[in-house]
Structures are given as C-alpha cells and as structure tokens.
Design a protein around this ligand. Sequence first.
Ligand code: NCD
Ligand code: ZN
Length: 336
Amino acid sequence: MEITLESPLDMHLHLRDGDMLKLVAPLSADFAGAVIMPNLVPPVTEPGAMVAYSERIREAMGADCEFDRYMTLFFTALTEQQLVLAQETPGFFGLKLYPAGITTNSEGGVSNLAEAESTLKLMEEMGIPLLVHGESHGFVMDREAEFLSVYRNLARKFPKLRLCMEHITTAAALELLDEFENLCATVTLQHLIITLDDVAGGALKPHLFCKPIAKRPGDRDALLQAAINGHPRLMFGSDSAPHPRCKKEACGCAAGVFTAPLALPKLAEIFAQHGALDKLQGFVSGNACRIHGLKPHAKRVTLHDVPMSVPSLYADYGQQVVPMYAGEEISWSVKA
Ligand code: NCD
Ligand code: ZN
C-alpha cells in the first residue's frame, strides 16, 4: 500500500534557533512548509526579527530544500500601522496569542485579554488569522476546557476573525469547533494517540510530556475520529517542540514532544489502520489551504507500508534531541 500526498503542511511547528534549529529544521523537510511558532527567547514580535528568523530557517533547511515558511508574530497589542507593516512583510501568516506564562517562553504573553481587543478588531477587518494557545491557569487537566468560554466569547465578538484553536486536546473543544464557522483548529500527532496514562500512568515518560497535557481516552478517541472522518476545519499541526535531551530527562522536565521526523509516516500508519487514507490529504494540507487560502509550492511525498526505525536520538551541532517512538518501529515510512 502507498499514498502520495500533495504539499503536506505542518500548521504548528517549533524550529527553535541556533544549533537546535540547524539540527531539527532538515527533519521537517518532507513537508512542503509549516506555520512557524514565534516563542523564541526573546519572542519574535516584530516584522524585522521575523524576516531574519525566516532567513535563518531557510539556511538551516539546506540550499536544495524548498520549504514554505508561514511566519507568525508573538501576539502583542499592535496598532493599525504595525499590522499593515506585518501584513506587507513577505512570509507573514498571523499572530500567535499566548496567555502570559502558560507554556515554554510565553512570559511576555497576554494577561488581560480586554487590552488585546482593539488589535483583534483590526485583525478581523484585515483578514489576519489569530492563533491561540487556549489554556487557563487552572487545574492542568481542565485548562483547555476552562478556556473554551474565552474562545466562545471571541468567536461571538469577532465573527469574521479567523480564530484557530491550537493543539486541541479535548472532545469539548471539538464540540465548540462545530458551534462556530469562524473557528478552526489544529491537532497534534501525539494527541491522536496518547492519553495522560501514557505520560504518567506508569513510569513517567518525559518525552511525552507537553502542553496541553494529553487528556482522557474519550478525548483522544474523539480527536482521532474527527481526523479520520475528515473534519473540514481540523488541520494537522504537529506542535513538534524539540528540547535538549538534558532539559527533558531532568527534574523540571520541559514541555514539548518532538515528532517532526516521524509525523507523516505515523499519520499514514494510523489513517491506514482505520481505512481512512483517503482523508489524509485533507488533514495534512487540503483543509489548511482552503481555510487560510494557502498555495504551497508543489511537492509530492509518497508514503508506503514499509517499516521505519525511529532513531533513539538525533544528535548534531552539539545538540541532542529524543523523538517520540525513539528506538521503536513505525510500520509506514517515506518512500525515497
Ligand atoms: C511548546 C514549546 O516547547 O515551545 N511546548 C509544548 O509543550 N507544546 C510550546 C507550546 O506550544 O505550548
Ligand atoms: Zn506549540
């Protein structure tokens, strides 16, 4: 069995910077492009820094690799003039809003949403998408559910704003998605597969620890069903979030699962297992292109049911990062 995907996109990707960028960027090269997260230190808040970062990514991908970089700015309250400047900057995709302190490098995020509203109004008028890390500061298992009322209020107040719920992890978020036409969502690989039990039910698995934390079996099952049934406003966003091995295998483990190098093979394996390979193109590209009006460059990637061994470690440039399924086999792979 095999499937050829046209221009697969990763709608939520962390590529980091410096040596880690050099190590991980080429590992996303089977994708035609990705939405690049801005949570560097310091975060990418200005078009100039965004262009420079995009250029560093281009260099890190390698000269012969064409990769569409849909760049985001870390949300700060912006004036109309600043938004116009962003929109006129090549490669600009949208703004990513983090509640202050909610995840890795988000200390400079939003603490009072009311102060963001004038910017949101402008974004609505200008057609700039808002990507949101939707978690409250409540109990860790309830953070996404508690944030749904914020999404609901935003969706009502700004009915033309393209509002993307990033890395959703609950059945409740899917229900909300169906309530509002102006909502869309990304979902990661790991949240289609694992629950909290896989993270902390037995021996603690630091490499499966991420924000939002994996939830209950019913949540995972609902997300998987939505993906394999071809939900039209659900898009693949890996949220592949590499951290140095020493920061994961540590007391005070950093949040993030590194999935970029195995995401497409594992997705093909899952969709094939469920007899849903015909839905994979929409999930990894078609929905995103339709929702956001993207026109990625033409790139074909063929996946087949020939096993791949996932390396136990990716190491180069003095960096080490451990992928999901390290040292294990996946029953699909990219055909050379
Ligand atoms: C991400 C990171 O490490 O940058 N971590 C994560 O657990 N997903 C940030 C994020 O998307 O929350
Ligand atoms: Zn992320």
